[in-house]
Design a protein around this ligand. Structure first.
Ligand code: AOS
Ligand code: ZN
Ligand code: ZN
Length: 426
């Protein structure tokens, strides 16, 4: 959708300024004893999955303002992610949502994925809505439901998701449950948990042994009195219950205000149960805003914990699925996703700049100020040229957002797909 030459042409104009800024930061890092080229390589290797449901305008319960040109099919969603990946070379996979993204022409989809250099990383089940031809309603829950028939239907749906995922070579099932209660007394809290655990175990046992189940938690919404899986402790307990290939998924917006998310990350890595991330930005709750837009320092501290854990041979944590989970009401979704990927990579890059030996020494000596200063020093470093260089080296744009705007892509998408096209399922 954007010619390779267009990106190169755009880069030529950006190159002099980029080179100047890159040389400066490389010099600074070298004097500190870092190898900037190695850091750029690590940024290049970091790939983030784009959610299929974030390519259209999400809206709120009060309204939805379509941007136009939104993808109308799974094929068009793949094209949009292909475009994002072409611009930043850092988004090589897609998270799918069933039934919104049921694959139909599998060979054609596979070919399209290959053509764009993409894979399907994860398949999300959906038991938070009733679908048209569904026999039982999820109004009072799905995997936790009091009636066995409803639970079985939800279990079957999750197994179906795995089947769809297998067709496209995915290996991860992401389960987020809306299940919960709105009023005191509505649920028998222990029994509802027990039923959920057993249902998850049934799904788990139907998964191929090389698949991972990610269990997401969320403190409130759509249920406001109790959620079946409100916190990481419950997710963790469920993972322990179902088996070793079940992991906790941390969605950054799924915490009550001021929660120390980096500590949760550290704990889960210590237990070897951190399996996935849903990146987004949050002011109050599940706001699903641009990653890094609201609390960049917190995002950095989370990455500091991740990098530390990933470098520590004593930590036996599996590979983590890096995914965005966002929703857009005001921005062009593609622009928002480009910003989010940039925000994630910048936080990662900053975490790579933490002097870990010095930090460890400061911690051992209880030098509180020095430990904090080391983190602040890394956080306040302008890493943007490193991120841009990683993208440029892979054939992407030095400034993906500017390249996207310069190519007037939204206008051509509107021309092709229409002013009021809607992403399927939303
Ligand atoms: C819901 O709040 C969760 O974050 C889900 O991960 C996700 O947003 C949903 O599955 C997409 O519809
Ligand atoms: Zn999520
Ligand atoms: Zn959410």
């Amino acid at each position: 959708m954007i010619a390779h030459e267009q990106i190169q042409y755009h880069n030529q104009a950006q190159a002099p300024e980029h080179e100047t800024r890159l040389q400066f930061i490389e010099g600074v890092l070298e004097r500190k004893g870092f190898n900037p080229r190695q850091i750029i390589e690590q940024i290049r290797a970091f790939q983030i999955a784009i959610p299929s449901w974030a390519l259209g305008t999400g809206g709120t319960r009060f309204g939805r303002f379509s941007i136009g040109g939104e993808p109308r099919s799974l094929e068009e969603k793949i094209e949009d992610v292909g475009l994002i990946h072409q611009l930043n070379r850092s988004a090589n996979s897609i998270s799918l949502h069933i039934p919104w993204d049921i694959p139909k022409d599998v060979p054609a989809l596979k070919q399209l994925l290959t053509q764009h250099g993409l894979t399907i990383d994860s398949v999300n089940s959906n038991t938070f809505q009733d679908q048209k031809d569904q026999i039982h309603s999820y109004k009072y829950g799905s995997l936790c439901h009091t009636e066995n028939a409803v639970r079985q239907q939800a279990i079957e749906h999750n197994i179906q998701c795995v089947e769809h995922g297998k067709q496209l070579d995915a290996k991860v099932l992401t389960v987020w449950l809306a299940d919960g209660s709105n009023f005191p007394g509505q649920h028998h809290l222990r029994k509802a948990y027990q039923r959920t655990a057993e249902s998850l175990a049934d799904i788990y046992s139907a998964m191929p042994p090389d698949w991972t189940m990610l269990i997401e938690y969320k403190p409130y919404e759509p249920n406001f009195y109790s959620m079946i899986i409100p916190d990481w402790g419950t997710s963790y307990a469920l993972c322990q219950y179902v088996g070793k290939n079940a992991q906790v998924l941390v969605d950054l917006g799924h915490h009550l205000p001021n929660t120390n998310i980096e500590q949760i990350v550290g704990r889960l890595m210590h237990f070897g149960r951190l399996g996935g991330f849903h990146f987004n930005g949050s002011m109050y709750g599940d706001d699903d805003l641009t990653t890094g837009s609201i609390k960049p320092f917190q995002l950095f501290l989370i990455f500091n914990e991740l990098v530390d854990g990933m470098n520590d041979p004593a930590v036996k944590n599996p590979d983590i699925a890096w995914m965005i989970d966002a929703s857009h009401n005001t921005k062009d979704p593609i622009e928002d996703l480009l910003q989010s990927v940039n925000g994630i990579l910048a936080a990662y890059a900053r975490a790579l700049l933490v002097d870990r030996a010095a930090l460890s020494q400061a911690q051992e000596e209880n030098d509180v100020v020095q430990a904090e200063e080391l983190l602040r020093d890394a956080f306040l470093t302008d890493v943007r040229p490193l991120v841009a260089e990683a993208m440029r080296l892979d054939g992407g744009a030095i400034d993906p957002l500017a390249a996207y705007r310069a190519a007037h892509i939204r206008a051509s998408l509107i021309e092709k797909r229409g002013k009021f096209s809607t992403a399927t399922g939303l």
